[in-house]
Design a binder for this molecule. Structure first.
Ligand SMILES: CC(C)(COP(=O)(O)OP(=O)(O)OC[C@H]1O[C@@H](n2cnc3c(N)ncnc32)[C@H](O)[C@@H]1OP(=O)(O)O)[C@@H](O)C(=O)NCCC(=O)NCCS
Length: 211
């Protein structure tokens, strides 16, 4: 059960019941997600371009229980609907000091331009400061022009453009298996490859990720 969010308040997280006022006078609440929110968080992940199930969201959040390293906030509208979410975490490297990184941000297409995205970024920044980070960054697909303007309006500077590389380890495992069984008879090879393919097919979706 993902039940440790209450502990986060005790650990000094930024105001969990922070309220913001939108341009249209609507008020929303920023808080940590609970199990009742997982399916809605998943729907919004879909809008971000990463189709997910509620179970996948649960499992990912369970891996983010360390509130010194990770924070997730949802924006809840007065009627109880979740209109957006943000994920932020500490990014650690050997070569540079830790800094905070926004790992996902999305606002429902029906609730955009109300200030919700801004409020989510603001609370992520507060969390980053509370974790002694001197900077907060975000990696955003070059296709997301609108989001880039949004970040620049919030003081983020475009510092560089990168190429992202990725190797699918499950696929290379299948290739290695085929290669190692090259001396075996063709019937056996066929069986081994199709077994691996089934295992891969049942595994959670693993899309290349950049926000
Ligand atoms: C980017 C996003 C989170 C902003 O959320 P939001 O609640 O609409 O943000 P706010 O209301 O606080 O600010 C809106 C402002 O951001 C800028 N902006 C945001 N999205 C924009 C877009 N697609 N095109 C142009 N400007 C955009 C505009 O300046 C806009 O101001 P305006 O409404 O007066 O024109 C939201 O558009 C979204 O979820 N986009 C799809 C997912 C995405 O790209 N996420 C970021 C991944 S890095």
């Amino acid at each position: 059960m993902y039940g440790t969010w209450a502990d986060r308040i005790e650990k000094g997280l930024p105001q969990m019941n922070h309220k913001s006022k939108s341009k249209s006078d609507a008020v929303w609440q920023l808080r940590a997600p609970g199990p009742e929110d997982y399916s809605r968080v998943a729907e919004l992940a879909d809008q971000l371009g990463y189709p997910s199930t509620a179970q996948e969201i649960r499992s990912r959040l369970e891996g983010m229980r360390d509130s010194d390293q990770y924070a997730v906030y949802v924006a809840e509208l007065p009627e109880g609907k979740i209109a957006g979410w943000i994920g932020v975490s500490i990014f650690r490297t050997v070569a540079a000091d830790p800094c905070a990184e926004i790992t996902g941000l999305v606002v429902d297409s029906d609730a955009r331009s109300l200030g919700i995205g801004s409020a989510l970024v603001q609370i992520a920044e507060e969390w980053a400061r509370s974790r002694r980070c001197n900077a907060i960054s975000v990696r955003s697909n070059v296709k997301r022009d609108g989001a880039h303007r949004f970040y620049e309006r919030h003081g983020f500077q475009h510092i560089k453009t990168q190429k992202a590389f990725r190797k699918d380890l499950a696929a290379s495992e299948v290739a290695a298996e085929v290669s190692s069984s090259a001396t075996k008879d063709s019937q056996t090879q066929l069986h081994r490859v199709s077994s691996s393919a089934n295992i891969k097919g049942d595994a959670p979706r693993n899309l290349p990720y950049e926000t």
